[in-house]
Design a protein around this ligand. Structure first.
Ligand code: DHB
Ligand code: FE
Length: 281
């Protein structure tokens, strides 16, 4: 390892915070009744935890110090996406009938390089990892293939690091917006990502250590799949038998999201076919 060994929680946390600020949704009209209902229930849930565990003043002070540190480390996007987002995704995807989604996480960056049809993702000349062909079809709910649908893909490298969040990786490494061919198919050549470890030198890592949890997510490929008139789906695909698939700290694994790779017909690396059916918008 040369280029990414200095990845730090503060580094990736600050980048994640910056990225989130630039794309934040949810500003504008305030529904006071809804704020009151949600905030009251959230605070009441916290009060109940304090009573249940007889929280001491030392523990209350430790909580305050930790909350301050999460902000200083820029880790709120990381912390919330690991421990909270999966339930937000659950309640917001209950109506879907097509492809299964899961959390976005903190490392999506809009505006990746665009291409149509068979594509090799931007990668370093010596990119480490098993060559991996990720292919399939995007269709509507009736199975009609969708030409020019967009598979916006991003994933970590063979060391578990994301471009634009860990230092020393080219800007769009292992990121791309790949449009389906006229028959609705996509074919993306990349490398298999490694499991991802929550940065352990920041506030989130401190909580994980203090609780005696592990800090890993299984290896995964992120996608946002979209087409005109269809509802965009944000998802992640995991690797059957991969480490941590049964014990994801972000609780974002679902059985429908498992990939079953096979040796590539090219003889080099592995390949897998995964199809997406998009709900109407
Ligand atoms: C986090 C990182 C990920 O790669 C992901 O998919 C979800 C969450 C995180 O560090 O918060
Ligand atoms: Fe991720």
């Amino acid at each position: 390892m040369t280029t990414t060994e200095h990845a730090t929680a503060a580094g990736s946390g600050a980048s994640a915070t910056e990225t989130f600020r630039s794309k934040a949704r949810g500003e504008g009209h305030v529904d006071h009744a809804r704020v009151a209902a949600v905030a009251t229930d959230a605070l009441t849930a916290l009060h109940d935890v304090i009573r249940k565990h007889d929280l001491t003043y030392d523990e209350y002070d430790a909580l305050k110090a930790w909350v301050i540190r999460v902000g200083e480390d820029g880790e709120w996007p990381l912390f919330l996406d690991v421990f909270v987002e999966h339930v937000v995704e659950e309640v917001n995807s209950a109506h879907r009938r097509g492809a299964t989604g899961t959390i976005e996480g903190p490392y999506y960056v809009p505006g990746a390089p665009e291409s149509t049809g068979e594509t090799t993702l931007a990668m370093r000349p010596d990119e480490a990892g098993t060559p991996f062909l990720f292919q399939g079809t995007v269709s509507d709910l009736d199975g009609n293939p969708l030409a020019d649908a967009c598979v916006d893909i991003w994933h970590a490298d063979d060391a578990g690091y994301y471009s634009q969040f860990a230092p020393g990786i080219p800007e769009w490494n292992l990121r791309g917006r790949v449009h389906t061919a006229s028959d609705g198919t996509y074919r993306i050549h990349t490398v298999r990502p490694a499991p991802y470890q929550i940065p352990n030198d920041g506030a989130t890592g401190a909580l994980i250590d203090a609780a005696g949890w592990h800090s890993w997510r299984p290896a995964h490929i992120h996608v946002k799949v979209s087409a005109p008139g269809k509802e965009l789906i944000t998802s992640q695909l995991y690797f059957d038998g991969g480490q941590y698939v049964d014990d994801d700290i972000a609780q974002a694994v679902k059985p429908e999201l498992m990939l079953y790779p096979e040796p590539a017909t090219s003889g080099e690396g592995e390949q897998v076919t995964y199809d997406f059916a998009l709900d109407p918008a």
